[in-house]
Design a binder for this molecule. Sequence first.
Ligand SMILES: Cc1cc2nc3c(=O)[nH]c(=O)nc-3n(C[C@H](O)[C@H](O)[C@H](O)COP(=O)(O)O)c2cc1C
Length: 162
Amino acid sequence: MVVDGDTFRALMRQFPAGVTIVTFDDKGTLGGLAVSSFCSLSMEPPLVLVCIDREVASHDAIARAGTFGVSVCAADQWQLAQDFANPKQDKQALLEATPHSLTDGGAPLLDGCVATMACSVVAAHEAGDHTIYVGQVESGVVDESREPLAYCRSGSGSFTPA
Ligand SMILES: Cc1cc2nc3c(=O)[nH]c(=O)nc-3n(C[C@H](O)[C@H](O)[C@H](O)COP(=O)(O)O)c2cc1C
């Protein structure tokens, strides 16, 4: 027995999450997408995971690239996250217009985020209609002067510790 789709969506939308922009260099073409399924996975070695819909263009691109960047959005980056969540958006053009640096693997790391990290894909596990990409964190930068973006119930806000 399983819950229906509406119930599943209603359950999941109660869970507050951060928002990241996962980026990659797909054989010279830059791409990226908004991802809230980013999660810490292991301390030793330092691993993270992202769950990517097998139907989106970025899915195969991440596998081809073999590396990806994670930019953890700041509270004022909701519009940017929505642009990266738009499949009709030209991501190469969007990235060219968005200040960034590049990882050794060529993935863009966006300016103005609360944290950025460079990851190597070390495993990919199929799970339902998504793939869990496991990334080893090779390097990272933190900016605690900004508040993180929080996402819940289809809305965005900033997270401020009590
Ligand atoms: C806040 C937010 C979080 C998202 N999280 C994910 C996610 O974890 N995994 C995923 O596959 N898509 C996620 N999406 C949807 C993708 O960003 C969207 O499908 C995007 O168009 C994919 O880019 P592409 O078509 O260029 O591959 C999220 C969208 C939003 C707005």
